[in-house]
Design a protein around this ligand. Structure first.
Ligand code: AMP
Length: 431
């Protein structure tokens, strides 16, 4: 199938061609026709499947077809609302709208917290067709009466599962209550839990269901490996992988904000240019880190799960799980950051003895056993080192979990070996 088979207007086909895409991804093949005809949509698709273009293109098509009278009015209230869980995702969705809508007279704005509200107010006042927002900041605008949602014709809930994880359900319900009853609804979620099912039941009317990335199918193009090691070796092993494999543009996952910071500092000190990205970083710091990473100025970006959601980087070659996530679905999200849109990618997980239960859960979810390898010089000891004392549950988040090296139990020290394992702005307008 070719993009020209989908019946999108010429301006959109041109923008797609300029991006260098000729074949729609599976989600695009299924979602674009359904959205174009005005139907509600329930899509189970994770980041990396091309889902953003899957809703952006048909939405732009609907806005721009059927008479452009509204598009030529000077000040206008938003006709499309896209809710996203994170600022990064809001920025990226809005960028996609601009990319695909560049030959159409459509305006868009992204509003999210952590930055000044006034430029957003000014942008909304100038009039906007497509509003991309995070829930909290959108409700701030509602309260200040700086946004009018009464003209929304299409409502998109992006990464709905993550929204629920982040506790946005009440905000979402509040926002839905402010929208006109008559509208088209699109819901995207990487997983289809009972909570999502319930949300979908109340939101969608006779939706078309699209399921391109079942939650138990880790991206086919990603080579997955587990490197077994001792907990206290992880930092050295990671440095060793960078040194011996010439890694670049690596997204490294840590479980905690503190752990991400500490790891980025360690790598940086070892001459591996790194930065951490997590929820406590200012918007400016996050945007800077992301753009330096994209430009190749940083070799590694150390991220927590929530911060990494929505990071859109083409052809990311490596993802390293410095620690396994507690929630198995997060593993699928993490490795989905590589091997995108048909590119090959490699996901390496450093797994110590304590993490075996998590690995077991992950393998149950993805329905496959991940290949185990051992790196010479970093062999795990036969009997695991005792787990360091854990703080009470409530305090765990503040701990790095790997901040201090534990007593060494590793004896092998060959050292010399092959190492081969056996955003931006708050509002923008465009023409
Ligand atoms: P998304 O799932 O929306 O985050 O998109 C994942 C990546 O795939 C983005 O970097 C897009 O630019 C890219 N992409 C989207 N559609 C296509 C396509 N039809 N062919 C190739 N790449 C695409």
């Amino acid at each position: 199938m070719h993009f020209s088979d989908l019946g999108l207007m010429a301006e959109l086909q041109r923008a797609v061609a300029e991006q260098g895409y000729d074949t729609p991804t599976p989600i695009q093949q299924q979602a674009i026709p359904a959205v174009m005809t005005g139907q509600d949509l329930m899509a189970t698709a994770q980041t990396g499947t091309g889902k953003t273009a899957g809703f952006t293109l048909p939405i732009l098509h609907r806005l721009a077809s059927g008479g452009n009278d509204r598009l030529t009015r000077v000040a206008r209230t938003p006709r499309v609302l896209v809710l996203t869980p994170t600022r990064e995702l809001a920025i990226q969705v809005e960028e996609s709208v601009r990319t695909y809508g560049k030959h159409l007279p459509v305006t868009s704005v992204a509003v999210f917290g952590g930055v000044g509200i006034n430029p957003q107010i000014a942008a909304l006042r100038r009039g906007v067709d497509i509003l991309v927002a995070t829930p909290g900041r959108l409700l701030d605008h509602v309260q200040q009466r700086t946004v009018d949602l009464s003209g929304i014709e299409i409502f998109v809930l992006d990464e709905a599962d993550r929204m629920l994880d982040m506790g946005f359900i009440r905000d979402i319900r509040k926002i839905i209550g402010l929208l006109p009853k008559q509208r088209q609804n699109l819901l995207f979620s990487a997983t289809f839990s009972p909570e999502i099912r319930e949300l979908a039941a109340g939101l969608l009317h006779q939706p078309v269901s699209v399921d391109v990335a079942p939650r138990n199918t880790a991206a086919e193009t990603v080579t997955q490996k587990v490197i077994e090691c001792n907990r206290e070796q992880k930092k050295d092993l990671l440095k060793h992988l960078f040194d011996t494999r010439g890694l670049h543009q690596v997204l490294v996952f840590a479980r905690t904000k503190h752990g991400a910071d500490a790891l980025a500092r360690t790598l940086d000190k070892a001459g591996i240019k790194s930065a951490a990205i997590h929820g406590d970083k200012s918007q400016g710091a996050r945007t800077r880190a992301l753009s330096e990473f994209k430009d190749g100025k940083l070799v590694a970006l150390v991220a927590t799960d929530i911060a990494a959601r929505g990071i859109d980087i083409d052809a990311l070659p490596y993802v390293i799980n410095y620690e396994l996530p507690n929630v198995p679905e997060d593993y699928v999200h993490r490795i989905g950051r590589t091997g995108r849109a048909g590119m090959e990618g490699e996901a390496i997980s450093l797994v110590c003895h304590d993490e075996r239960p998590q690995l077991k859960d992950i393998e149950k979810l993805i329905k496959r056993t991940v290949e185990r390898v051992v790196v010479e010089g970093f062999e795990p000891s036969a009997t695991a080192a005792p787990r360091p004392p854990q703080p009470p549950r409530g305090q765990r988040k503040a701990q790095s979990g790997h901040g201090q090296p534990q007593p060494r139990t590793q004896t092998a020290k060959s050292g010399k070996n092959s190492g081969r394992p056996q955003q931006h702005h708050s509002g923008s307008r465009h023409r």
